[in-house]
Design a protein around this ligand. Sequence first.
Ligand code: NAD
Ligand code: UGA
Length: 455
Amino acid sequence: MFSKKIACIGAGYVGGPTMAVIALKCPEYKVQVVDINADRIKAWQSDRLPIYEPGLDEVVRKARGRNLFFSSDIDAAIRESDIIFVSVNTPTKTFGEGAGRAADLQYWEKVARQILRASDSPKIVIEKSTLPVKTARTMEQILNANGKVRFEVISNPEFLAEGTAITDLLHPDRVLVGSRETPEGLRAREEVVDIYANWVPRERILTSNVWSAELSKLAANAFLAQRISSINSISALCEKTDADVSEVATAIGMDSRIGARFLNASVGFGGSCFKKDILNLVYISESYGLEEVARYWESVLDINEYQKARFVRTMIHEMFNTIVAKRIALFGFAFKADTSDTRESPAIHVARKLLEERAQLAVTDPKALANARVDLAGLEGVDFLEDPYEAARGAHAVAVMTEWEMYRGLDWEKIYESMEKPAFLFDGRNLLDHARLHRIGFNVYPLGKPALKHF
Ligand code: NAD
Ligand code: UGA
């Protein structure tokens, strides 16, 4: 009764939302999402999904049980499907050759071997995870090793951002499908294009050779991260020169060649991908002997580390060079707003550094407290509080780590009254109304703008 059977191996931040949208938009396809993590699968089957993403609950509710299924039976899903997306994690390697830089492809290779074992009919295998350029060749070699059945490997990288995943999937800037340019490869490419054509305008579905698709994903993330490091480097210069980084961002962003988006200075970029993908790009460049290229992209990461370190240094310096036993409230722990994800969140770095200086931390976040507890497990001197007012009570400083909209609307007079004086506010996202906070009594330290102090 279903016209196509699709499986997705990996039910994470990419696999879950992506497949939910495909199932929603293509009710005639059967979409099965499988994972080795049984708890994650149970959560996908329940009313409390394993990730927070605006709009996701509704999409899952509409499609689940109709043509969207979550299961732990990976072999059965492989056997039954003609098209298999693989969206397992590809973290940075922590051991051996390329440790700290190269992608750890062990999960991907395991999946490829499992697909091979479980298959008794030809399949299209789609790289949805972000992979080093040339991975498709390795995958083809593994999958087609015993000639049992024929596999076509397609690169279809995912460009969604967390917090806006559902909108990004429903209205993508583009979908990219890369394949071998053989007759079989081109046929497989068209099959994948046809899936997206159910809701994405054809002119937004790009096709390319498989290597361009793999490399475009790494390059897109590197370019995005580079913009943030560029504006963050300018924020440091603004603080020395009384320029205002928001005014500079507006002025340069109005140049249509530069564009206005992704120019918000911050305490640093986080998230599971920018750092790992740039490290990967650096490693690949080095492995082809392109030292200058490697150093160029590495500097994007250097500036990000510098920005996080600089933020902590400012806090310590401005709070009279000691924060021992001082309570500091971290407002937000997620790596960006509208997600519960804290992977590589700059708040982790800031929290650890403040604790090394023996501060007492009160961490608050509307969605990410459970992950924050895991990230800071075993460290002493941290309270985790749902209520931002409770977190700020008795604190010497509030530091905004995540741009949650709700922080703008808090009663800042009430927060000020409950804090130790002088009360400090370090805005790592330039989120708040600094002039107003200053009028209330705070000493305010925005990023890349003159500080507003009372002494
Ligand atoms: P994730 O860690 O949230 O999910 C990966 C899932 O794969 C986990 O649930 C894990 O249990 C499962 N898995 C691992 N090995 C498996 C195996 N052998 N069999 C079955 N399941 C297995 O990761 P994610 O954030 O969804 O990212 C996945 C990939 O997508 C990465 O390559 C990432 O770079 C890329 N990506 C991520 C995002 C994002 O916003 N998170 C966006 C675009 C691309
Ligand atoms: C990013 C890309 O935007 C996606 O296109 C890509 O698919 C994804 O990585 C991936 O491959 O994983 P994501 O990390 O989810 O998405 O979120 P972003 O919106 O890109 O934010 C990343 C980090 O940069 C956050 O910490 C955010 O706060 C920070 N940021 C973003 C800034 O500091 N300033 C900005 O102007 C924009």
